[in-house]
Design a protein around this ligand. Structure first.
Ligand code: TXA
Ligand code: MG
Length: 365
């Protein structure tokens, strides 16, 4: 199958309309279209067509028990697929939609098992990216979409990442340039009991607590070790998301100690003849010596770190780096989501250096 990569960002409104029309036709015929959202690129199919949803699993090489998120363009669509919509869920939708938040609710029977991995719940998100919303509206369908990467690779933040992974497997990619946020949506389970975060993202617990009296975090996604005996409530969170070709190790502690430790580890691996990379920040990159150096962004702007993370991990893979060492980030606000993804990418390889006062105080804040 030929994969067409259609620029939809810097084109005339006529060209844009034609591209969206084409995308809509493919969806209505049961095919797949990759499209940009504000978090990462998605791989979309008609959510209520089980055969179409099955194509997503085939294209991604994704385990079939891992359910898909249904993307909508209007809140009214929630009532077509969700059995009950509690008042608390309505308040969350009003506050955070359109945006990077996925809400789990009990499903209606029209949502096929092929979309929900056999669960009685459905994950719903109304993205804010204008192309995503135009695409969903134009298709006349609700769109089931996981991230548009091959299973086991970092989520795509550029159309070229989607092309790398999906070339020959899907007919169309809508190229809307770089996404804004760069890590996947926050997932909150509102189908039962106290609302629970199943995947941390841009919308943080504190933000959710502005409209909800109580929010829990699924124990399987908090913390810094692999929890073998706790089953994640979001089936996808149990898979080791991204297995880099090389080994990534995170180092945490006081800044100067971290730099010294990473440089020491790099020296050792280089002496053994390996290709070694470092992920630093705008504030520290000059202090490192390695074959490949990348700044993940500025510590002053956690948004920049989230936006660059997956692209940099892909670059290290492309450069066939054997060992990678990275600074780590405070697990506060967006830092929770950043560390959740980085720890997974590192297979939970984390070196904690003896903590200085500054580090301890910052952690307590
Ligand atoms: O930002 C995002 O959410 C992106 C864009 C494309 O919208 N999508 C995305 O989809 O990250 P995916 O398939 O890569 O991740 C969906 C996660 C998986 O961990 C899956 O197990 C969980 O959502 N999930 C989906 N439906 C669920 C349900 N009914 N109950 C619990 N977890 C669910
Ligand atoms: Mg994914």
């Amino acid at each position: 199958m030929e994969t067409e990569l259609l620029n939809i960002e810097s084109v005339s409104s006529k060209q844009k309309a034609a591209a969206l029309r084409k995308a809509g036709e493919i969806i209505r015929e049961g095919g797949l279209v990759a499209f940009p959202t504000e978090t990462v690129y998605g791989l979309g199919a008609d959510a209520l067509n089980a055969e179409a949803a099955a194509k997503i699993y085939a294209a991604k090489g994704r385990p079939s028990d891992n359910p898909l998120i249904v993307h909508i363009h209007d809140i009214s669509q929630v009532y077509e697929i969700a059995e009950e919509v509690p008042d608390e869920a309505k308040a969350v939708m009003e506050k955070f939609w359109p945006g990077p938040l996925t809400i789990i609710l009990n499903k209606k029977s029209c949502v096929p098992d092929g979309t929900t991995g056999g669960l009685h719940t459905v994950a719903i998100r109304m993205p804010s990216h204008p192309i995503a919303r135009d695409f969903i509206r134009e298709s006349g369908r609700m769109i089931a979409a996981p991230s548009a990467n091959t299973s086991g690779r970092p989520s795509p933040t550029l159309a070229s990442h989607v092309y790398e992974d999906m070339q020959g497997r899907i007919p169309l990619i809508l190229d809307g340039g770089a996404v804004g946020i760069g890590i996947e949506s926050t997932i909150i389970d509102m189908s039962t009991g106290i609302p629970t975060i199943l995947r941390p993202g841009y919308i943080t617990k504190d933000m959710l607590e502005e409209v909800l009296p109580e929010v829990k975090i699924d124990p399987a996604v908090s913390g810094r070790t692999m929890k073998k005996d706790i089953v994640a409530k979001a089936p996808g969170m149990k898979y080791r998301h991204y297995a880099p070709k090389g080994q990534l190790t995170l180092v945490e502690g006081d800044k100067d100690k971290v730099i010294a430790k990473i440089n020491e580890l790099v020296r050792e691996k280089k002496e053994e003849g390996y290709k070694v990379g470092v992920i630093g920040t705008d504030e520290t990159l000059d202090a490192y010596h390695a074959d490949i150096l990348r700044s993940i962004g500025s510590r002053q702007k956690p948004e920049s770190v989230a936006a660059n993370l997956y692209r940099i991990l892909r670059e290290f893979d492309d450069l066939e780096c054997d060992y990678m060492y990275s600074e780590s980030f405070f697990e506060q606000g967006l830092g929770n989501a950043i560390m959740n993804r980085m720890l997974k990418a590192a297979g939970y390889h984390l070196i904690t250096l003896q903590e200085g006062l500054v580090w301890i105080i910052a952690r307590l804040l």
